[in-house]
Design a protein around this ligand. Structure first.
Ligand SMILES: [Ca+2]
Length: 96
């Protein structure tokens, strides 16, 4: 069973390393970034995340859709250069 996502859990994705380029605030699980409709357009963020700022919660960033492939977990902080342009699904894990 997936944990309930508290209102304090959120993060911002960035298109380029070190918080450059377009960005998107996320507060939910995204099983498939290829179909995710963000503010920019459907599928924009698939294999395009290059940095992020985590405001709350610990989040899992998976290289394939439906939480498969390799996973990278990040808690609150600034992640200037994660695995570049590979993330395809994102899931809330819990609180730090
Ligand atoms: Ca991918």
């Amino acid at each position: 069973m997936s944990p309930v996502i508290p209102p304090t859990a959120s993060f911002v994705l960035y298109e380029h390393a070190f918080y450059q380029g377009r960005n998107e605030l996320i507060r939910e699980n995204i099983p498939d970034l290829t179909t995710y409709e963000g503010k920019i357009g459907k599928g924009f963020w698939n294999d395009r995340v290059s940095s992020m700022v985590i405001h709350g919660g610990v989040w899992e960033f998976w290289t394939d859709i439906h939480y498969s492939g390799q996973v990278y977990s990040y808690g609150p902080g600034m992640i200037g250069y994660p695995p570049n342009d590979v993330i395809s699904s994102i899931k809330y894990r819990g609180e730090p």
